[in-house]
Write a protein that binds this ligand. Structure first.
Ligand code: S3P
Length: 480
């Protein structure tokens, strides 16, 4: 039954930011947005009185993929504690099983991976379906590229429209061949090379997935491979390779980038891995607490790798009442508890250089900006166009539907904060994108009227139990 509190929002004014008009494409998003009340929301988030409690969030998705993949490439049994048991990671586990690794899930929650050793994987008999997971497919393409057999990959509608040329190009330079759909999209086949070449490769886009694909291909390559990243991106692969005993070095460069060197054909030794809570998941209840009056929330055991904490920096710059407490280490990664209390926020500016450290948090940062005083500008958002959805346009349209004035450029966003609760009262299309779904449900907790999403299925790709967890701290989420 339709939720009657979800109404079409009243007209919203639009305005340009002060200063000279940028040269990029500028589209002012106004009422002509997808606030179509004929869409029945799958899930609606109603204004909440305050979010309170002490919670943990599921394991880090990036680290979980890597733990399974390196476990499958090691000799012996790797034990993983706190693995994210979400669709994306389970798809990677299934793909690795098809490649010959033995992966079991014990009753106590431990995952055990019996590795095949570097170069020891076998040709899968089936097409590997990575579902919604860009990380899963790109990392496994790298791993497969230096095994001398053919591996076929596919994914869901979202994954099949995402660009794979960025991974194919360095893998081809190493000697692999690829056959793909036009535009180098999935489904595709990686024909692994029996004679891989060590390369030096400078990443044309800041992408930890591409960097990691090359490093995983390098595992079964004789000689030393170098990946140069002009902007530092999450370094979980480098950290975990070292934990498995590989010879890997990371050299900071004067321009802020890094040169990563890996000596190929190491013997990886199985190890135990403790996966910290995912900061990209914690971001949703965290921002929900900061913007919902009457909230105080503690999120325990969250990974705070400095290459992932851009959101915390941006929120702090906005005056958020946010404390990073009890910093410690677990499984080679820094971990802390996050304490958030609701309070007023002021607008900030996020530079392109800062974006890789919060690449997955832009939708929820934009929601925080919508509640802040003043206009927040975020630059360097070109990569958002090729995430699970075109996230830049999904954020802009969703915010506009919720009564927030936004400007969307080719690779930038300006959010004119309302300085308090946004109107809400819209149904936002999520286009198979988990982070769009969760960001707008969070807006609903702080809004003046409920916010619905057309489909909540994608949330299971990264954050199983999201709705129940939010409910446990006081959010009012209702299923249609
Ligand atoms: C990831 C890297 C990022 C991020 C993705 C996870 C990873 O993608 O958006 O959710 O685990 O390496 P890009 O490498 O495309 O920036």
């Amino acid at each position: 039954m339709r939720d009657r509190s979800l109404r079409r929002p009243k007209g919203v004014a639009t305005r340009r930011p002060h200063g000279p008009r940028p040269l990029q494409r500028l589209s002012l998003i106004a009422l002509s947005t997808p606030n179509d009340i004929s869409i029945v929301p799958a899930l609606a988030s109603h204004p909440a009185a305050g979010l309170n409690g002490r919670i943990t969030v599921p394991g880090d998705k990036s680290i979980s993929h890597r733990a399974l993949i390196l476990g499958a490439s090691a000799v012996g049994e790797t034990r993983i504690h706190g693995l994210l048991e979400a669709e994306d990671v389970l798809a990677t586990a299934n793909a690795l099983r098809a490649l010959g690794a033995t992966i079991v899930h014990d009753d106590d929650g431990t995952w055990r991976v019996q590795g095949a050793g570097v170069g020891g994987l076998a040709e899968p008999a089936q097409v590997l379906d990575l579902g919604n997971s860009g990380t899963g497919v790109r990392l496994l393409m790298g791993l497969a590229a230096t095994h001398p057999f053919s591996t076929f990959f596919t994914g869901d509608r979202s994954l099949c429209r995402r660009p794979m040329r960025r991974v194919a190009e360095p893998l081809e330079r190493m000697g692999a061949s690829l056959v793909a759909r036009s535009g180098c999209r999935l489904p595709l086949c990686v024909i692994g090379t029996p004679d891989p070449l060590p390369i030096e490769y400078t990443l044309p886009v800041a992408s930890a997935q591409v960097k990691s694909a090359i490093l995983l291909a390098a595992l079964n390559t004789p000689g030393e491979i170098t990946v140069i990243e002009p902007v530092a991106t999450r370094d979980h692969t480098e950290r975990m390779l070292a934990a498995f005993g590989a010879g890997v070095s990371v050299e900071p460069r004067a321009d802020g980038g890094r040169a990563i060197r890996l000596t190929g054909q190491p013997e990886l030794a199985a190890t135990d891995i403790a996966v910290p809570g995912d900061i990209s998941s914690a971001a949703f209840p965290l921002v929900a607490a900061l913007i919902t009056t009457g909230s105080r929330l503690v999120i325990e055991g969250v990974g705070v790798n400095p290459l992932r904490t851009g959101l915390l920096d941006a929120l702090t710059a906005m005056g958020a009442n946010l404390v990073i407490a009890d910093r410690r280490h677990a499984g080679g990664e820094p971990v802390a508890d996050l304490i958030a209390e609701a309070g007023p926020l002021t607008a900030t500016a996020v530079t392109a250089a800062a974006v890789p450290s919060m690449i997955d948090e832009i939708p929820i940062l934009a929601v925080a900006a919508a509640c802040a005083n003043g206009a927040t500008r975020i630059d360097g958002l070109g990569e958002l166009r090729v995430k699970e959805s075109d996230r830049l346009s999904a954020v802009a349209r969703g915010l506009a539907a919720c009564g927030v004035v936004v400007e969307e450029g080719e690779d930038w966003l300006v959010v004119h904060g309302t300085g308090g609760p946004p109107a809400g009262g819209a149904v936002v299309p999520t286009d198979l994108d988990h982070r769009i779904a969760m960001a707008f449900l969070v807006l609903g907790t702080a809004g003046r009227a409920a916010v619905g999403i057309d489909d909540d299925a994608a949330i299971a790709t990264s954050f199983p139990g999201f709705a129940a967890l939010m409910g446990s701290i006081g959010a009012d989420l209702r299923r249609s």
